[in-house]
Ligand binder design. Structure first.
Ligand SMILES: Nc1nc2c(ncn2[C@@H]2O[C@H](COP(=O)(O)OP(=O)(O)OP(=O)(O)O)[C@@H](O)[C@H]2O)c(=O)[nH]1
Ligand SMILES: [Mg+2]
Length: 202
């Protein structure tokens, strides 16, 4: 398995390839949390306090004390091997900001889709958007304490995924777990031949 090798603020001279990954998902699934937990640099966040515009639009059930939302993007970096660095771009989850995906997705080799199984139907539109754009993706189920257990096969059926689409369970608050989810995406992209990632990443 690949592990992060550098926690430096500056990029190592050995880095030969930088790849861009998008982290998407419905409102409040844990995108900002995941980018923050894996990034080796202080993540860039664009959190704003939720306003009355959210009332009746965004379902806050099960989100504890969440009071802010991403309005532009999250940004983080992970040095996966001495030669490979991932740049992570987290998108806003609120629908009214989804137009921003277009710009953020440019040049991305793949997309990690976070799903909250307590509100699985919120993910249908997200997955549809990715299919329209033809981006390779992996699904990471972010487990919350009151999430019911579903097997990968059950999730694949519920989300109408292709057999080759990776489905992993993660805890966005934990670095290793989030990193594993990202690595399964990188492997998926590599095996699909959609990007030239150095072999040392496998
Ligand atoms: N229990 C638990 N709570 C989590 C986890 N991930 C995120 N949270 C909490 O869930 C809430 C939503 O997390 P965010 O990271 O802001 O979600 P987001 O997807 O970036 O939200 P938007 O940008 O508003 O769409 C926060 O209160 C987090 O503390 C998790 O894995 N487990
Ligand atoms: Mg966010």
């Amino acid at each position: 398995m690949v592990s992060a090798v550098s926690a430096d603020r500056y990029l190592a001279d050995t880095v030969q390839q930088a790849v861009k990954i998008l982290v998407v998902g419905a409102f409040g699934v844990g995108k900002t949390t995941l980018v923050g937990s894996v990034s080796e640099i202080e993540p860039l966040r664009t959190e704003e306090v939720m306003t009355r515009a959210s009332i009746g639009v965004d379902d806050l059930a099960g989100m504890g004390t969440k009071t802010t939302t991403t309005v532009a993007m999250d940004f983080g970096r992970i040095t996966v091997t001495s030669r490979l660095v991932l740049y992570l771009f987290g998108t806003p989850g609120q629908r009214r900001f989804w137009d921003l995906w277009e710009g953020l997705a440019e040049g991305a080799i793949g997309v990690l889709v976070l799903v909250d199984t307590r509100r699985i139907e919120d993910s249908f539109d997200v997955l549809e958007q990715l299919e329209i754009r033809g981006l390779p993706f992996a699904v990471a189920v972010n487990r919350f304490p009151d999430s019911e257990y579903y097997s990968a096969d059950e999730l694949r059926v519920a989300l109408d995924l292709l057999p080759q689409t990776p489905v992993v369970i993660c805890d966005a608050r934990e670095r290793t777990s989030s990193l594993d989810a990202l690595i399964s995406l990188v492997h998926h992209v590599m095996s699909a031949g959609a990007a030239r990632v150095p072999e040392s990443a496998s």
